[in-house]
Design a protein. Sequence first.
Length: 271
Amino acid sequence: MTDPLHAELLRLAQEAARRAGALLRDGRPADLAVARTKSSPIDVVTEMDIAAEKLITDLISEHRPDDGFLGEEGASTEGTSGIRWVIDPLDGTVNYLYGLPTWSVSIAAEQDGETVVGVVDAPMRGETYHAVRGEGAWATGAWEGERRLTCRPAPPLEQALVSTGFNYVTEVRTHQAEVARKLIPLLRDIRRGGSAAVDLCDLAAGRLDGYYERGLNAWDYGAGDLVAREAGALTGGRPGERPNPSLTVAGAPGVFEPLQELLEAFGAWHD
């Protein structure tokens, strides 16, 4: 049975993600413009990123005023309850800016430093993914009711479909392109969707065999990592590490291990 606190956190995360997703989908202005940039001139934030994060933090604070926050667009408070919300209000901002459909709202809840709830809402797909630690991963979409997610049985690595992403700092993405060049002959193919949260949920749903990316932050992978793990995937960073900004790796058991070994050999984590 789900812990009552975790059930409360899940309901709140689902409601916040649903509202933020609707705001982003229905409220996108025709003349959407860049509000500011981050790591480089092409790493952008729009007014809608900021509005969605405010909607999420206001809603959660209304119900749980003592919780802490870590948000991509600046929400950062310690809290006193032992619960911290890790929020990416718009994962896939450049896709959203261009009108591409692969973007999402990602909300994770941590209890004493461990992720216990994750929700990823992908409004343009009409799909929402969620997980509670120890309770499996689930999704709603065009099908009836909730569907339990299970990652695909592992194929040989040369038949694995793997997704990745690229940084917005030129030197970093140049190195990432070199790693991808080495990997492509060893895989079925590589995909680049543009939303880490969606990629991790696609892995959970059996739409991918593996995923890796350098340069992610906690809000990028917080919810998706839990969804993937609860669907049976393995996740980590460099060997022996958890996912972190140096490297995030995820895959079905049997794909994860050789993929992680290759990424280590190719220096995918290189600073």
